[in-house]
Design a protein around this ligand. Structure first.
Ligand code: GDP
Ligand code: MG
Length: 370
């Protein structure tokens, strides 16, 4: 059953909310404009006010961007979004730090880093690369399960002294399932017992044929500790990105994906989003998952306030009505009323879904107990 707030119904009928409250009172219902009424009551009210009933469905209310395709001419190249995966202790965190250390902007700015879930580096050649800094397969699969494919390129880290391990194989499988191209970073090549050739050979068993073995998967020997091979790794990321012709239209209302969200004691609900297309601006009104909001402030990964963020840029957004979920889409809309309408609709849908699902999960619980 679909529910609607009195105010929304009033808006849709172009009537005053107070008049609807009055009519409801006469029908024996004490409600305020912010309360929801069920569909039958709503339909009764609509006829009462002499309007025609039009049953609404998701396509009438919710945002549909599938038909909103950008023209070829509007597309401009955007930085690649890179994720680092690999077995525990093979050097994911070390490589993330080492890559961050190559940022020429960070060098100039004095190097204050903020962990917002992703960062951007500017390479010596002036190109940008966005790096998701939550390593781990759980985050990757969770995002994918929610339909969010933000990663363009996976960097598979394999320690040259340890070789292919269970989580290496898991990462290979996730990457293949996502259809994302991979670059193999053979790490810890500074170590005496490093055997990068053995890594390449063992990768064949998982149908990963690297360039050194005449395949087309790029590989590079690195050391997160000494910095060896980092420039080469960056070049390979940029080359891969070029092959993929990554593009987005920056000149339109923004659409972004939540990569991290939390309730901050001082700032309230905050979310780090990665802009997919368009440019997110301070003051923009948006819907994100079941929440709505207005961009009050945005911070980049260097802790600087920014006024706008274009495609592939990660920013921490302040001004949300609640905490969204990782993988949720943020969409900029034209008015606060529209934002509230969509978020209210989605909240109702979510509640209805939860209610509908409850008996099934109870059944499962009882059968599990039996
Ligand atoms: P993660 O679990 O994949 O994030 O791995 P970490 O980055 O935490 O690294 C695990 C350990 O390996 C740490 O003690 C690092 O100092 C060490 N390590 C990482 N990269 C290198 C490297 O290139 N060379 C050497 N010798 N040690 C490394
Ligand atoms: Mg780590």
């Amino acid at each position: 059953p679909e529910a609607i707030t009195v105010q929304e119904l009033a808006n849709r009928m172009a009537e005053k909310g107070a008049d609807l409250v009055k009519a409801l009172f006469n029908m024996g219902m004490m409600v305020t404009v912010n309360q929801t009424i069920d569909q039958d009551t709503a339909e009764l009210l609509v006829t009462e006010f002499g309007h025609n009933i039009e049953r609404v469905s998701a396509s009438d209310i919710d945002i549909d961007t599938s038909t909103d395709v950008d023209t070829e001419e509007s597309l401009k190249s955007r930085p690649p979004v890179v994720a680092i995966m690999g077995h525990v202790d093979h050097g994911k965190t070390s490589l993330l730090d080492a890559l961050r250390g190559t940022d020429v902007v960070r060098g100039e700015a004095g190097g204050i880093t903020q962990h917002i879930g992703a960062y951007q580096i500017k390479t010596k050649s002036g190109d940008q690369i966005t790096v998701l800094d939550t390593p781990g397969h759980a985050a990757f699969t969770q995002m994918r399960m929610r339909g969010a494919n933000v990663t363009d390129i996976v960097i598979l880290v394999v320690a040259a002294d340890d070789g292919i391990m269970p989580q290496t194989i898991e990462a290979i499988n996730h990457t293949k399932a996502a259809g994302v191209p991979m670059i193999v970073a053979i790490n810890k090549c500074d170590k005496e017992d490093a055997n990068p050739q053995k890594v390449r050979e063992r990768l064949l068993e998982h149908e990963i044929i690297v360039e050194e073995m005449s395949g087309d998967v790029q590989d590079v020997e690195v050391s997160a500790k000494t910095g060896k091979g980092l420039d080469e790794l960056i070049d390979k990321i940029l080359l891969q990105a070029e092959l993929m012709e990554l593009k987005a239209n920056p000149d339109r209302p923004a659409e972004a994906t939540v990569i991290e969200a939390k309730l901050d004691k001082g700032k309230g609900p905050v979310a780090t989003v990665l802009v997919n297309r368009g440019t997110l601006k301070r003051g923009d009104i948006f819907v994100v998952g079941t929440e709505s909001g207005r961009v009050r402030a945005m911070n980049d990964d260097k802790g600087r306030q920014v006024k706008e963020a274009g495609p592939s840029t990660p920013v921490e957004v302040l001004g949300l009505g609640g905490v969204p979920m990782a993988g949720d889409t943020l969409t900029v809309v034209e008015s606060e009323q529209r934002a509230r309408e969509v978020s209210a609709w989605r909240q109702e849908q979510a509640t209805a879904k939860r209610t509908a699902m409850a008996p099934a999960s109870l059944d499962t619980m009882f059968s599990a107990l039996a």
